[in-house]
Design a protein around this ligand. Structure first.
Ligand code: SAM
Ligand code: SF4
Length: 366
């Protein structure tokens, strides 16, 4: 029996088990074992069905300055845009008519009253144009409890807020020390979202400078301790012109080999998370495909069951570049749909059209 098959046979995974699995390197035959075991758990616990969440990136205006992000406030060469309500509703209608069960409304972070009202209006509008049938995930950052409640009442039922990194020390190296980028606030937001009744998603960036396999194991244990319903995590990808991206580049951390390592870590994290958390929804994120043409399919094979095809208006896609080489920015939504459905089939899944594909964990273990 190999060390991994011994680990897989256990019901509860320790920090050491998780770190071992996450740290397996490309070419190690145990990686195949990890992926197959995770795929078996996926088939048993959530089924081999991939659910689509049409990703509407509706604005790249942000008040934050996360050191890694291509649309951070201080990135002055970024052309800023805001979609209109009509544009958002037009996209939502297309998404509904194309049988995607849900949309994700994502943007930079803003907390001004105009923005809060706008999101509320968009939520009610999306429900209206889809006869109440589109599920809605919000991904618009840290907000007050009152705001989260307003949006929940307006129709959002899932919220995605990545903790980015479960270690507060590592988190502090990724954000300015200006008192506005606090790990404790992000953690508190996740707890508030749960209390309100959202299906709560979180996640981390994988392959960050200074991040160890033990940190990644702790990330999975953090998801578990918080009772998280959905995971949206992916490799960190350099964005040139950001403080972190430029540092990584200067230190030789943006070579093909380094990117490949982040990609493999990303797949291992999906598999280990599926094995440890079992019935949560896990996204195969676009960033995986940013590092490998078959990235998202391999994510599905490693245990993911959610895809987030970009449905942002073509004219805004290039302005929403969180990292360099983001895929799909040249494509139309029709092209994305055709291409993705082929990818899902290649991975051996079917598409859960017209379904919200809610997190089983949310209903099973609250
Ligand atoms: N502004 C909101 C927030 O930060 O929660 C939502 C949108 S933000 C652009 C969505 C996610 O993009 C972040 O949680 C972060 O993990 C990811 N992201 C930003 N820059 C990235 C990079 N260089 N590589 C990979 N992911 C990145
Ligand atoms: Fe803004 Fe989100 Fe990017 Fe941070 S990660 S700079 S909050 S868009």
């Amino acid at each position: 029996m190999t060390r991994l098959s011994d680990i897989i046979s256990r019901d509860e995974w320790t920090r050491e088990d998780l770190a071992y699995a996450v740290g397996l390197e490309e070419g190690d035959p145990e990686r195949e074992l990890l992926s197959e075991a995770a795929h078996r758990v996926k088939a048993e616990r959530v089924g081999c069905v991939s659910y689509y969440r049409g990703l509407i990136e509706f604005s790249n205006i942000c008040v934050k300055n996360c050191l890694y992000c291509g649309i951070r406030k201080s990135h002055s060469s970024v052309h800023r845009f805001e979609s209109t309500l009509d544009e958002i509703l037009g996209i939502a209608k297309w998404t509904y008519e194309n049988h995607y069960g849900s949309v994700v409304l994502q943007s930079g972070e803003r907390t001004d009253p105009k923005f809060i009202d706008f999101v509320e209006e968009a939520l009610r509008g999306i429900k209206r144009v889809s006869d109440g049938k589109l599920g809605i995930t919000l991904c618009v950052g840290e907000q007050t409890e009152e705001t989260y409640r307003r949006w929940f009442e307006a129709g959002a039922h899932r919220y995605l807020l990545r903790i980015e990194e479960s270690s507060p020390e590592l988190y502090s190296t990724l954000h300015p020390a200006d008192g506005h980028h606090l790990w404790s606030v992000r953690d508190a937001c996740l707890r508030t979202l749960k209390k309100i009744g959202y299906q709560v998603g979180t996640g981390v960036m994988i392959g960050l400078p200074g991040q160890t396999a033990e940190n990644l194991a702790d990330d999975i244990l953090y998801f578990k301790a918080l009772g998280i319903d959905m995971i949206g995590m992916g490799p960190y990808i350099v964005s040139r012109g950001t403080p972190l991206g430029d540092r990584v580049e200067a230190e030789g951390g943006n070579t093909d080999a380094a990117c490949r390592r982040r990609f493999i870590l990303g797949l291992n994290m999906i598999a280990a998370t599926r094995l440890a958390l079992k019935d949560v929804n896990i996204a195969a994120t676009t960033a995986l495909q940013g590092l490998d043409k078959r990235g998202r399919e391999l994510g599905l094979k490693a245990g993911a069951n959610i895809l987030m095809p970009i449905v942002t208006l073509p004219e805004h896609r290039a302005d929403y570049q969180l990292y360099d080489g983001k895929p799909c920015i040249e494509d139309t939504s029709d092209q994305c749909k055709r291409c993705l459905t082929g990818r899902v089939r290649w991975a051996g899944d079917t598409v859960g059209f017209d379904s919200w594909g809610d997190s089983r964990h949310y209903f099973g273990e609250r």
